[in-house]
Ligand binder design. Structure first.
Ligand SMILES: Cc1ncc(C[n+]2csc(CCOP(=O)(O)OP(=O)(O)O)c2C)c(N)n1
Length: 884
């Protein structure tokens, strides 16, 4: 306390009275223990609140370890061997990066991140991370992947050849830069390379385990661990799920934040303390927080620090300074940290510069880490975060330890390598250092035997992605969608059609329980309110209240074994939740079929990176973009109207995306998707856009099934003996094509072929594949599916409710003159008719575009086009909305 502050306090309360309170608290601790003291303080605090004494305690604890030396317990491992193993791992990880850059140049890699978290990982690997059938789910800090490879090398799972091919992912033996399941299908489980996605995904994986258990589908003892960077916690996604984790009592989840105080450019909080900040955040969100800040060497100093002067020094020191102290030697630390308070200096008066140099941070101390991990596992009812203070580039010495440039450091000179070897006691010659030889002790060495034994005790090696192809029977099309193939004039939206199909699927005894319907607070919007009572809304607490609408058959029913995941207004959370279910087949060998329905505008553009990470994990499930189409969603305006999700979706290789017009087309795609993913175990997932426009759905000929699935088919042939044109249409806009076809025929005598295009992206995949095959086999060329269905030379007008680029995906693969009409520009609210006129995708505009295209082909005269423009009252000097 500053003396000024002391004086002010003394004016308010007698210092002796304070002293008495403190002494009596200490007395309670001595006589009855710390738990008793806690109870006492709680009672006093409650009374203070009742008396309106607005006491606001600090949201964080002192800057020291949460677990005292006294409570630490006995370390069960062999420290000497573990330290040796860690030194070898550090070396091999470093050599891997240096070699990759030396031999091939520019492929990058990181040394400093793993150097900072090696002890954290090793604590997990040697003592906690379970392998085998009940394998824990571990999210690894991505820039530390080298350390995981280095370990797999010692475990005999990777060869020297693999390590030599680090970051050469186009080679068969190449090791992926970061944790990418798609690129190393038997190894990694979770992609974490994009900061923020790992923490959020880990929370939803833990939550999904509880969901499976509460629904009595799959019970496990798995724990979810996530090692993340302190810089990574800046990402909004990193924090987005924290309150859900405590609200749902996810005690199967532990985060370990590697607080090396640095991110890429510099300190995470140079002028503050990230550890204290994170403690407040996590505590506020209801997590159990365990700080591991100081290594065992500090314990004796703390014992001497009766007046907590050292703690005061810690509290006053900002992270920018901690970093500088970390980069400098003992003498510097003595002068610039301890020496700033003569009383603190006295605490270390018997210590030499070297002793000071050896004072470790807690995140590099196995004993401290072990007790924190253990406490995390023992904590019930809430998740735990371990805040482990470390040094970035630990062991890199002057070349990188706590240096501002540590993140980018990719090599060490020979002097630095020698320093590294000596510091960690590696048994390597100078030549071996210079050659960057990997170090592998013999199979009968104590290190290898120890490491393997520990893994054996924990159930097996990790990470490991082991997928058993489990086939689940799915019902036949007729069983779930018969109603969509009957003659009917009824008008309904494709959303309604699909939700009814879903309702039928949910009733199926085999696949039904495996369906995971998931919404981000939009179930009512999509007509799914009946599911609330039909299948229940998942809540681990059941329902602790009588819902306002309890007398309704659609009552809002929460239950412990509820099936519907109502995620609230968090698209990032909802999609992470979807991923957890969509990867249940690979993470738990228990396939589930998630069905996430969302406002399409708040899908790909909002959480595109999460969907990209999902793709990396090869999910199986459905993403449903509802209220889709820039002009089909009327009245909502610019931020709601999606005119591009299909284009973004087309960039994801294992995603099949469709924009069908009719509910029966959707049923066919849904049926096929379900069969391929669940029964045939295909690694693909589906994106379907559905809309809220009501119209009737013509009976379709099931011989068109192949076309519907491949992306398009000839819906009707209205050609005439004379001039003809091809009209492509997708989504609800296809109906504008049908109208345009009538106008063209009735008013201009022009015939049409109407193609219902269900997926430009699926068509494009086939076109590009065919073209490439033809290029490589010029004597044996074949036609693409699209060329086969459009076997004529007439022009094509392709219209969608998406930007023109969507239909243009296929334009380069056909000889026909190709015009794409779409909804480029900013969305806005109005009626559908006005919007379609405004964006020039309605029937009239399709007619004029058709005529102009025929004019360009010299099949009609300009007078005809002018006549049409006049009859539709188009303004020749108007601007298209793409002009801004
Ligand atoms: C979304 C995203 N933005 C930026 C990056 C680039 N990046 C890679 S590592 C890094 C710094 C990470 O800092 P921190 O999380 O503290 O990890 P550590 O210091 O342990 O490496 C950044 C910005 C990224 N990988 N992902």
């Amino acid at each position: 306390m500053s003396s000024e502050k002391d004086k002010n306090i003394n004016n308010i309360i007698d210092p002796l009275e304070i002293e008495e309170w403190v002494r009596s608290l200490e007395g309670v601790i001595q006589r009855s223990g710390r738990d008793a003291a806690k109870i006492l303080l709680e009672v006093v605090e409650n009374r203070a609140k009742e008396l309106r004494v607005l006491y606001q305690p600090l949201p964080y604890s002192p800057y020291r370890n949460t677990i005292s030396q006294h409570d630490q317990g006995i370390y069960p491992g062999d420290l000497k061997i573990e330290e040796k193993i860690t030194a070898i791992l550090r070396w091999n990880a470093l050599a891997m990066v240096m070699k990759a850059n030396k031999n091939y140049g520019g492929v990058g890699g990181h040394i400093a991140s793993y150097a900072s978290c090696a002890e954290i990982f090793e604590t997990g690997f040697n003592h906690f991370f379970k392998g085998g059938d009940q394998s824990d789910l571990v999210f690894f800090q991505p820039h530390s992947s080298t350390g995981i490879y280095a370990r797999a090398f010692l475990e005999g799972r990777l060869t020297e050849n693999h390590l030599n091919n680090y970051r050469h992912e186009t080679k068969e033996d190449g090791l992926s830069s970061y944790c990418h399941p798609y690129l190393m299908k038997n190894f990694w489980n979770f992609p974490t390379g994009s900061m923020g996605i790992g923490p959020l995904s880990a929370i939803y994986q833990a939550r999904f385990l509880k969901y499976l258990e509460n629904r009595n589908l799959y019970k496990s003892t798995k724990h979810v661990w996530g090692v993340f960077g302190d810089g990574e916690m800046d990402e909004p996604e990193s924090l987005a799920g924290l309150s859900l984790a405590s609200r749902e009592n996810l005690d199967n989840l532990t985060f370990i934040i590697n607080c090396n105080l640095q991110r890429l450019d510099g300190p995470v909080r140079g002028n503050g303390q990230i550890i204290q900040e994170l403690e407040s955040l996590f505590k506020g969100a209801g997590w159990n927080v365990v700080k591991v800040l100081w290594g065992s060497e500090w314990d004796k100093i703390f014992l001497m620090d009766k007046n907590h002067l050292l703690l005061k020094r810690f509290a006053e020191t900002v992270d920018g300074k901690y970093q500088t102290l970390g980069a400098r030697d003992g003498a510097y630390n003595l002068k610039n940290f301890f020496g700033e308070d003569p009383e603190v200096l006295k605490l270390v008066s018997t210590m030499s510069d070297e002793d000071i140099d050896k004072l470790k941070r807690g995140g590099h101390d196995f004993k401290k880490l072990y007790s924190a991990f253990k406490l995390a596992l023992e904590t019930k009812g809430k998740p735990t975060v371990i805040l482990a203070k470390t040094k970035k580039g630990y062991g890199m010495g002057k070349a990188g330890e706590s240096k501002m440039t540590a993140h980018q450091a990719k090599e060490l000179d020979i002097e630095a390598l020698k320093e590294f070897r000596n510091r960690f006691g590696l048994d390597m010659s100078d030549d071996q250092l210079e050659n960057l030889d990997f170090y592998k002790p013999s199979e009968d060495s104590e290190e290898i035997k120890y490491l393997k034994k520990r893994r054996e005790n924990l159930g097996g090696f990790i990470p490991q992605r082991k997928v058993e192809q489990i086939s689940i029977d799915v019902p036949k099309l007729d069983d779930h969608s018969k109603f969509l193939f009957e003659d009917s004039d009824r008008e309904y939206s494709t959303t309604t059609g699909l939700i009814r199909v879903l309702g039928n699927i949910l009733k199926n005894k085999i696949i039904g329980p495996r369906v995971v319907p998931n919404v981000a607070d939009e179930a009512r919007t999509f007509g799914m309110a009946n599911l609330f009572s039909q299948i229940g809304i998942y809540s681990p607490h059941g329902q602790l209240y009588e819902p306002e609408d309890s007398s309704s058959i659609l009552t809002y029913k929460e239950s412990k074994n509820g099936q519907l995941l109502e995620e609230g207004i968090s698209e990032a959370g909802a999609v992470s939740s979807w991923v957890a279910a969509a990867t249940s087949y690979s993470n738990h060998n228990y396939p589930m079929m998630p069905f996430y329905i969302f406002y399409s505008m708040f899908g790909f553009q909002r959480v595109g990176d999460l969907i990209w990470a999902a793709a990396d994990q090869m999910p199986r499930g459905f993403l449903i973009g509802a209220t889709a189409g820039r002009t089909t969603l009327s009245g909502e305006g610019l931020q709601h109207q999606d005119g591009h999700s299909q284009l973004i979706a087309s960039t994801i290789p294992n995603l099949k995306s469709y924009d069908p017009c009719f509910a029966n087309e959707i049923a066919i795609i849904f049926d096929e998707g379900m069969k391929r993913m669940m029964q045939e175990c295909k690694n693909e997932f589906y994106y379907l856009t559905v809309s809220n426009e009501k119209y009737s759905h013509p009976k379709i000929d099931l011989t068109n099934k192949e076309g519907i699935l491949k992306g398009g088919y000839l819906f009707s042939d209205n050609t005439v003996d004379g001039i003809n044109i091809n009209l492509f249409g997708s989504g609800p806009i296809f109906r504008e094509c049908i109208k345009a076809s009538e106008i063209l025929k009735n008013d201009f005598g022009i015939g049409t072929r109407l193609y219902s295009i269900t997926s430009y992206s699926e068509l494009e995949k086939d076109c590009k594949e065919t073209k490439r095959k033809n290029m490589l086999n010029p004597n044996n060329v074949s036609k693409s599916f699209l060329e086969n269905i459009v076997s004529n030379n007439d022009p094509i007008i392709a219209t969608s409710d998406y930007v023109r680029a969507y239909a243009q995906l296929v334009s380069g693969y056909l000889k026909n003159k190709f015009t794409s009409l779409g909804t480029d520009g900013f969305g806005r609210s109005d009626t559908r008719a006005n919007l379609r006129d405004f964006f020039e995708v309605d029937a009239n505009h399709i007619v004029v575009s058709s005529l102009f295209s025929l004019l360009e082909e010299k099949k009609v005269t300009s007078d005809i086009v002018s006549k049409a423009i006049k009859s539709f009252n188009f303004q020749s000097n108007s601007d298209h909305p793409w002009n801004i």
